[in-house]
Design a protein around this ligand. Sequence first.
Ligand code: GLU
Length: 520
Amino acid sequence: MLAPSVRRCAASQLGRTPTASASGARVRFAPSPTGYLHVGGLRTALFNYLLARHTQGSCILRIEDTDQTRLVPGAADALQDALAWAGIECDEGPRQGGAYGPYVQSERLPIYRTYAERLLRAGRAYRDFRPPVQREANARASALLREAYLPPTEDEAQERIARGEPYVVRLRMEPGRTFTYEDGVYGTMTFRPDMIGGVGDDPIIIKSDGWPTYHLASVVDDTEMAITHVLRGEEWLPSMPKHLALYEAIEAKPPMFVHLPLLINADGSKLSKRSGDVRVEDYRARGLEPEALVNLVALTGYNHQHADAEESDVLSMAQLIDEFELRRISHSRATLPTEKLPFLNRRHMMAKMHDTHTRPAMLARLRPVFDTELGADTARAIPDDKLLETATLGCQRVDTLAEVPRSVAYFFQQPDWGADECRRFRASVKTPAFESVLHNAPAFFEHVDAWEPVALHAALQAWMKAQPEGRAAVQKSLRIALSGKSAGPPVAEIAHALGQAQTVARLHAALAWDTAHRMP
Ligand code: GLU
């Protein structure tokens, strides 16, 4: 497997020594707390996390809240909760702490100020006292206007500051300059001057309220936090000339940039709230397993090694980490294959029911749903092992965990033989065959050697084969008697979960019910 190339850590400007190991990537996910985590953001976070784990590096969470006007109260917490739910455990961040903190940009203002002052002193940045409207006009205008603006001398500037005049700090871009870098996904990227904008477009690095812009804060933090790889959405590509200019100005080596193609709707439009489930929260509220959503997102815009059969779509976090390679990230925009979600969810539910590590948590989630669906008295009488055994059978046939209790209620309540579904199914078996199977089956179940899944299955197969009514009629009759359903787990598994006494009792009861309700 080709390990992603890892660059040496950028030199720290404030004297801290980077601690990332020579091979481990230091990556960051840097959301702005302006709303909920979207699936696109989840994919960015996931790819960062996978690279960190694959290279035994570090994953850092940084909250980018420098645009105070767009803050949504509670969003930073909600973002962190969503990541934790998805199993993306950051090594450093606001909750975890770490040697490169603080991890919230509003707590790092002195650091940005220090950088800005240094750039001002070095002549790489200047103070712009023009009022905002005029400034915007200049940005669209030509070099003439830019040249017309002569930033004040330091003494003049200090006087104007003392008078309380507002200003912004701008990075001085070199006119006519072309920027080139190697993107981890898009390869060699070149930004010619005409693509960057006019010379009036010197980017603001400190706003008039004294706060840094995203560009300055991002470049400073990636440097200070010794980030080796920046994996982020392709919407940030146009910012690259500014970021490269900033790295040059602060004399730091840029990290490796890996821009991830957008997730889009099937019609090519950008994923938005209007397109339905875009918030991670929505998937969680629908009762989906986090592993299924992570799996779905990981299948998107990434070329998996064996993406042929449906089975190979099912990937655990451990497999995703093991297989992760930057070169497999696809170059084209991708749609979320949401049609795969029910299948993936089922498979991850089943995996967690079978895994001894995750089973207790599944039981804890199932208990309240069983209480609601079956009534607390019935549900609480079910021992843990029985609940887990039946739920494991049930989750193979439903989309979400919340549907499990209803699908296995027949294990704990007499089947509804009079229900439409059961009546229709019953009509496909001739009455003499039905009667004779239910007449003979109790003796088989009473004398079966061991009430153990494998042995029971083998014995039942042999017994069914020997019955004169034919395999289909035998199987259907037993299924009706034991479950009252037209489909479900194999009959031997139903019988095993019911237990010997209940199995035999149901065979008798079903025959009696059928006789009593038969059309004259
Ligand atoms: N704060 C930016 C966002 O919300 C992050 C951009 C980046 O990763 O550089 O998307």
